[in-house]
Design a protein around this ligand. Structure first.
Ligand code: HEC
Length: 202
């Protein structure tokens, strides 16, 4: 009971913090419904398997695109192909699979609703040098959500590292053309880049 109230309080605090830092869209209350440990474990495994598959598929396509079209070509590829890939995985798993971040490249990926507080929690864990872990929650509407951290790998610095050193200036021009408000640079390997979000349909 005590842990539950601590959990409730920390969610409330994060919820308020998230509201201060993010004006659109309004977050919905984050869940604190009870799940059986077995159900939680099952969803955790399912979420991990889906994000691993999504990551493997995206990395393979990204590497191939970089080999054939260089960084600039791969950027165009990401712009066109990330969504169809996540959409088909979403359909196959009867879920909504997204990627979000506090520093966005594509504004379409902005955290929405319950994701806002979950992303803020990961971001806070980062500053406490605590390793953020995949988590499962049940929302008030009964649907189950899964979140997991996305960490930066050396390959990612070609498009998310420092402009001028990791990212060639010419490549960054291509990025800026497609994403005029890009904020997703300056990352280093191992840094928290963002969050996977899966909402399983009821
Ligand atoms: C070839 C350039 C390129 C590389 C390499 C690359 N990305 Fe990206 N990344 C992009 C582009 C372009 C987008 C925007 C895609 C879109 O329109 O949704 C993006 C978006 C993202 C997002 C979604 C949030 C946002 O900012 O819109 C995450 C998370 C992300 N990348 C993580 C990674 C990680 C982790 C790696 C390494 C495994 C990586 N990226 C490698 C170009 C790249």
């Amino acid at each position: 009971m005590r842990t539950l109230s601590i959990l409730l309080v920390s969610f409330a605090v994060l919820f308020l913090l998230a509201q201060c830092t993010n004006n659109t869209p309004k977050p919905e209350p984050v869940t604190v419904q009870e799940m059986t440990p077995e159900a939680e474990q099952a969803y955790l495994e399912k979420g991990k398997a889906i994000t691993a598959a999504a990551f493997a598929a995206m990395s393979a396509k990204l590497s191939a695109a970089m080999e054939s079209g260089g960084v600039a070509g791969a950027v165009e590829y990401c712009n066109l192909a990330a969504y169809p890939l996540l959409d088909s995985l979403s359909k196959a798993n009867n879920a909504t699979i997204r990627r979000t971040s506090t520093k966005l490249r594509n504004p379409k990926n902005a955290a929405q609703g319950w994701e806002v507080a979950a992303l803020a929690a990961f971001d806070q864990a980062k500053t406490l040098v605590r390793e953020p872990k995949p988590r499962v929650r049940q929302l008030d509407d009964g649907s189950v959500v899964f979140v997991a951290p996305i960490k930066l790998q050396p390959l990612c610095t070609k498009c998310h590292g420092t402009v001028g050193t990791d990212i060639a200036a010419a490549d960054y021009e291509v990025i800026k053309k497609l994403y005029p408000n890009d904020a997703a640079t300056g990352y280093q390997p191992d840094e928290l880049r963002g969050m996977w979000s899966i909402q399983f349909n009821r």
